[in-house]
Design a protein around this ligand. Structure first.
Ligand code: FES
Length: 150
């Protein structure tokens, strides 16, 4: 995001008295994460402590302070998924991608994340890729699933 675009977003924030979260969402949507220079500019222009922005950025799961891959693979680690083999699925995906949960592949294609429940426990083990739900997954099906997004 160029500086002019960011300034325009900050101006809209001022005019509309919208929430700072909405402003951060706009930056996140444009960049895929919240770059430090953008946070510094927002803090400066709105006369907010940078620590407040970092506090918001780390509180909401939707925000990331690091660049994310083109595809986000979210594995459920909740109880219902866990008892049906969720850990094996996560381990297999981590091996397949060569990253640990919370990391992004060096080619910036995949970010692997874990969550505690995706709200569809009957489908466990459940993995969501770019918002698409893949239920009753087994480690044997992982390669085929990842290949669909390569
Ligand atoms: S425990 Fe996995 S979706 Fe609820």
């Amino acid at each position: 995001m160029d500086v002019a675009t960011l300034d325009r977003l900050i101006e809209q924030f001022d005019k509309e008295h919208g929430g700072i979260v909405a402003l951060l969402q706009d930056v996140q949507a444009a960049e895929g994460y919240l770059p430090r220079p953008a946070l510094e500019r927002i803090a400066q222009d709105l006369e907010l402590p940078l620590s407040q922005l970092y506090g918001l950025a780390t509180f909401y799961r939707a925000f990331s302070l690091r660049p994310k891959g083109k595809h986000t693979v979210t594995c459920c680690m909740g109880t219902a998924c866990h008892v049906r083999g969720g850990q094996q699925v996560v381990d297999r995906i981590a091996r397949e991608l060569g990253v640990e949960p919370g990391e992004t592949t060096p080619d910036m294609q995949f970010t692997l994340e874990t969550v505690n429940c995706l709200g569809a426990c009957a489908l466990g083990p459940l993995v969501v890729v770019d918002g698409e739900y893949h239920g009753r997954l087994s480690s044997a099906k992982v390669s085929r699933l990842i290949d669909r997004y390569r």
